[in-house]
Write a protein that binds this ligand. Sequence first.
Ligand code: CU
Ligand code: CU
Length: 487
Amino acid sequence: MKSSTGVALLTSLLLAASALACGSTPASEAASAAPVESGAADEAAEASDEGAADSPVVAAEQEDGEPDVEYTLITGGEYGSLIFVGVGGEIDGEINPTLTAQPGDVVKITLVNGDGILHDVTLDEFDARTEQFSEKDAQQEIVFQVEEDGEYVYYCSVPGHREAGMLGTLQVGESPALATEGEMIVHSPMDLPEPVGARAPELVRIDLTAVELEGQLADGTTFQYFTFNGTVPGPMMRVRVGDTVELHLVNDDGSQFQHSIDLHAVTGPGGGAVLTRTDPGDETVFTFKTLNPGLFVYHCATPSVAHHIANGMYGLILVEPEGGLPPIDHEFYVMQGEIYTEQPFGTQGLLDFSGEALLDESPEYFVFNGAAGALTTDDFVMQAEVGDTVRVFFGVGGPNFTSSFHVIGEIFDRVYDQASLTAAPLTDVQTTTVAPGGATMVEFTVDVPGTYILVDHALSRLERGLVGFLQVAGDENPDVYREGGAE
Ligand code: CU
Ligand code: CU
């Protein structure tokens, strides 16, 4: 994984999202366009590794004013998406291809209008911009000289088009080669314990280990995470009301910080934090009785608490009510968090935690299950079949931002508001509010095949990595959803 930029990452996400919104892209293809373990990014990396010298689109002759490098882009895609597609040479057929040049090169970009919609291509750093034009098959050129090594964005400046996916990278000179690879810290949304069912209360032992590690935050980008058991969120715990829980917390001997745990399911000072201040290499134990059913957040409570939470130390504990939860076809475990870094979103390499950004509540990344776009990648896409019932245990680790949790293309049949499992659920809800240190349980039936996109409807956060996919397979259901007019 290398030489993918934040721009490329954002583009992949938006492309994946917009293509999938049309329901036309096969699952694996869309998933591989996402940043973590990204096939698309690898392709882009390969393309840029070729360098301008090997590219068949390099002009053969170099006279005064003659371009050293020429590229042609056409607007619009197979799916009618707002994208650029490469024409000819190495970039032929590539979506938002990475263009390459060497310092000093004169670059010529020809833009062909492929969809009859108003577009241009713009590169701010070079003051290079075609006219905006909408005539299908018409074309416009820009010619400009590049000087400095770097990665520059080309995009369409028609309002909304850049955001919708019309952007790519012009790579001048060598790739910065800062990209890093770290441990996979994403907790799979499919990895959660079996239902408790109708059993009697019992003694349950839970073992947790606090582990600090350099994990993969995005493609080519790592971050020093604090975790429970090596993943974000930590493991989902599942007990029933009336159980006695003996909780063991080990702090890995490689840790630099003390860690602890506060479970919102606990009745007692600090929710356990006072009893579990654990130094590196040590273990603490405490025991609590679950007095209240519900879905509760747990997190590290070692000062600075916000720092430890932001770096990944949170999870959910489900305390099932007497008799258990109603049966359901699929259960998923998703948590939202923020990552505060000194470097801007999209920077390659190992990013530094920023205490200042944390106090300003100004995160660079928003993440589901720990990493940017993680739940859009092959291993972590949620799956269901038409007619299935789906339950999502959704919590916000935060530490600071309230989530407006929404699934694009679905309506929650039931929302267990504030994660209360004893009050009657709300029914027929579009978007639900989940506070930091809070949770919700939502349930819905999937009636139409395609890809549904989990978001916080504060959608700027999607552009900082906050997105997940639920893929639904099965037969079309034209009574509910179809193209074209009513019969
Ligand atoms: Cu901690
Ligand atoms: Cu919406």
